[in-house]
Design a protein around this ligand. Structure first.
Ligand code: NDP
Ligand code: 8X3
Length: 257
């Protein structure tokens, strides 16, 4: 196991769910954190908490990952103390809607494609060259079971996560010969704000997604990410698919009520 003490970890989508849980577990291990998301107030609250609990050094980036020039500027203007990123967690992502493809909403499609695919690509493109030149680094992309199995009405979201899977594989191939590692962590159902976002704030509908079963927690996913990045430097965990015991596939779940 390698130490994360003083390693610089950039987490996108740190204002909620899996990203927040990652920030906490990495902070507990002594990492220095660059936390990115659009909701700066949330990031500030998290930074205060981490500072109080673990004396974590934190740099905040109010960033919309869909904005390529904003991503370029955020990375290229990092203060020198923060610029040598060791670990990039490409976690920012979302689903919008659950509709038949032929009835789908164009704005929803564009938001998912721009965030889940293009945002992840922008971060990767601007951060990984530094990793290659420093001969160290690890990129963790958050995919999904949706990238392995398409479910009814999941069409475009599933497509974006299938793209993440292909991009992770492509990045791994292109980094062969360097020590930079690439991992895709692909969870099933995790109870976060994900379903509230998918259903545009319809909390009743969102709650029903997890009703009667025990979903993964964001901490369960962060724990797996932590495992992947702390293996010996010659070990690359390519892909992890993790699901709740109550879920057997994208569509097969065990609801007790
Ligand atoms: P949450 O909705 O709780 O968190 C999503 C995070 O992504 C937020 O911090 C949000 O921050 C950020 N985000 C969304 N859009 C943008 C943007 N344009 N620019 C910057 N940040 C953005 O959901 P999860 O924690 O569940 O989701 C995290 C990842 O996990 C996503 O990629 C999701 O697809 C994936 N996933 C989730 C599963 C689940 O069941 N929950 C299962 C499998 C994968 P802000 O709004 O402040 O910008
Ligand atoms: C999120 C999990 O099953 O709703 O990626 O697609 S699922």
């Amino acid at each position: 196991m390698i130490s994360l003490q003083n390693q610089i970890v950039l987490i996108t989508g740190a204002s909620s769910g899996i990203g927040t849980a990652c920030a906490k577990i990495f902070a507990g291990a002594g990492a220095k954190l660059i936390l990115a998301a659009r909701r700066l107030e949330r990031l500030q609250q998290l930074a205060d908490l981490l500072n109080k609990e673990f004396a974590t050094e934190v740099h905040l980036l109010q960033l919309d990952v869909r904005d390529r020039s904003a991503v370029e500027s955020a990375i290229s203007t990092l203060p020198p103390f923060w610029s040598n990123i060791d670990i990039l967690i490409n976690n920012a992502g979302l689903s919008r809607g659950l509709d038949k493809l032929h009835e789908g909403n164009f704005e929803n499609w564009e938001e998912m494609i721009d965030t889940n695919i293009k945002g992840l690509l922008y971060l990767t493109r601007y951060v990984v060259p530094g990793m290659v030149s420093r001969d160290r680094g690890h990129v963790v992309n958050i995919g999904s079971i949706a990238g392995h199995q398409t479910y009814p009405n999941g069409n475009v979201y599933c497509g974006t996560k299938a793209a993440v899977r292909a991009i992770s594989e492509g990045l791994k191939q292109d980094l062969l010969g360097t020590p930079v590692r690439v991992t895709s962590v692909d969870p099933g159902m995790v109870e976060t704000e994900f379903s509230e976002v998918r259903f545009h704030g319809d909390n009743e509908r969102a709650k029903k997604v997890y009703q009667g079963l025990t979903p993964l927690t964001p901490e369960d996913v962060a724990d797996v990410i932590f495992f992947c990045v702390t293996r010996s430097p010659h070990v690359n965990i390519n892909e992890v698919v993790l699901m709740p015991v109550d879920q057997a596939s994208a569509t097969l779940v065990n609801r007790r009520s």
